[in-house]
Design a protein around this ligand. Structure first.
Ligand SMILES: *Cc1c(COP(=O)(O)O)cnc(C)c1O
Length: 392
């Protein structure tokens, strides 16, 4: 197989997935145990093992496994005990799941414009902001606002990233959420996790995610006098097993990304009109992010890379103020819930109607790095990228 083929073989590559039958001890264990429900196991469940391992590795007090990051965001929002129609400030550049999680909790998403790195710009927040979701997009560590009561860190695209002080992303705010979806740093197909250092938040999320119950493992759920209604976000043992297996490879994956990033920074052409943006030390190096002179050059680079079979993507799809669900205030409810609790007119926060952000997005190009390749193949892959970009 040619190198370009190998790089392009995984549809939408993002990180590595390390899925291999020779390495599936946890999954084998879960199946041999013959119980796939986490609260029916006699020994420590896979879900509990995953929570223990992620707490240890990330330095979080509590961790809760759920089906996906969208549920994790919903749990974190509900744990703040909001009122219907409360505003939640979210990045203008992120996946629509963030807005969906907010809306499905009966809350109003308010897009906030981004800084030069395309992360939420905390200086735009009003002084009375109570709930903010910050997304660390594409492994890029975003700044956190100070003095906001509930900062939820969406780490769906940044598992393993660290702040300059060494803390893992997801552990510095009220709660942090992670995704193990196919396109993320690690994958179990679908899978999610929420971490928090707040004891009360954890207790609330644990109850809500299991029908509002105070379940004792091995027993039918029970409801305390002060119980609330909940939903069912309880994960399965076989998914948790794959997440445990994936998580074992996190450090190896981060090292592989760092190595290929370093090669790229040495080897790539020094073109002022097609500049590779340096990443911070604590970022997860999921991709090379290029800033092009203009959109035409960016689009030409996309076309050439794609024609050569080299995976790449752009970030225009993430501009939420232009997403139909937000522009059209769409809802399945007959009364438009929860938008019927929002004031008329745009709530979005930007100095220039997102003009600068739109321009940055138009000029941005990302090329994923391949952590699982041995160094010699990473060098070859970077040379292939270089050859293509020099010719654009
Ligand atoms: C993928 C993603 C989500 C949603 O994660 P799921 O596990 O697919 O629900 C949320 N936020 C961001 C930034 C994402 O990239």
């Amino acid at each position: 197989m040619t190198l370009d083929k190998r790089l392009g073989q995984r549809f939408l590559p993002y990180g590595a997935n390390y899925l291999d039958w020779s390495d599936m001890a946890e999954l084998r264990e879960a199946i041999e145990h013959r119980v796939l429900f986490r609260y029916q196991t006699e020994t420590e469940s896979m879900a509990s093992r995953l929570e223990r391992e992620t707490c240890r590795h990330l330095g979080a007090a509590h961790s809760l496994a759920v089906h996906n990051c969208t549920e994790a965001l919903r749990l974190a929002l509900i744990a703040t005990r909001p009122s219907i129609g409360d505003r939640v400030y979210i990045p203008a550049v992120t996946f629509v799941a963030v807005a969906g999680a907010v809306l499905s909790c009966g809350l109003i998403p308010v897009p906030v414009d981004t800084d030069d790195s395309l992360s939420l710009d905390p200086t735009l927040l009003p002084p009375d902001a109570e709930r903010v979701i910050v997304a660390h997009m594409e492994g890029t560590v975003a700044p956190l606002p100070q003095g906001v009561r509930y900062v939820i860190e969406d780490c769906a695209q940044s598992l393993g990233a660290r702040f300059p002080d060494g803390r893992a992303v997801g552990t510095a705010g009220y709660a942090g959420t992670f995704s193990f979806h196919h396109n993320k740093v690690l994958t179990s197909g679908e899978g999610g996790l929420v971490v928090t250092n707040d004891e009360q938040a954890w207790a609330t999320m644990r109850c809500y995610h299991d029908h509002g119950s105070a379940r004792v493992p091995g027993r039918y759920p029970t409801w305390n006098e002060d119980a609330y209604y909940g939903e069912n976000f309880v994960t399965s043992e076989q998914v948790a097993a794959v997440q445990c297996q994936q998580f074992r490879h996190l450090d190896e994956l981060l090292d592989g990304l760092e190595r290929m990033y370093a090669i790229a920074m040495r080897e790539l052409p020094d073109r002022a009109d097609l500049e590779v943006r340096p990443r911070a030390a604590g970022d997860v190096k999921v991709s090379l992010r290029f800033r092009c002179r203009d959109r035409a050059l960016r689009d030409a680079a996309v076309a050439t890379l794609t024609a050569e079979g080299i995976a790449n993507w752009t970030l225009n799809k993430y501009l939420l103020p232009e997403h139909p669900v937000l522009t059209g205030r769409r809802s399945l409810y007959a009364d438009g819930f929860p938008w019927n609790h929002a004031p008329e007119g745009s709530l979005a926060l930007s100095h220039d109607g997102f003009a600068r952000t739109r321009d940055r997005l138009d000029r941005t190009l990302c090329v994923p790095l391949s952590p699982e390749l041995p160094e010699s193949e990473q060098v070859g892959a970077v040379k292939a990228i270089r050859r293509v970009l020099e010719a654009v």
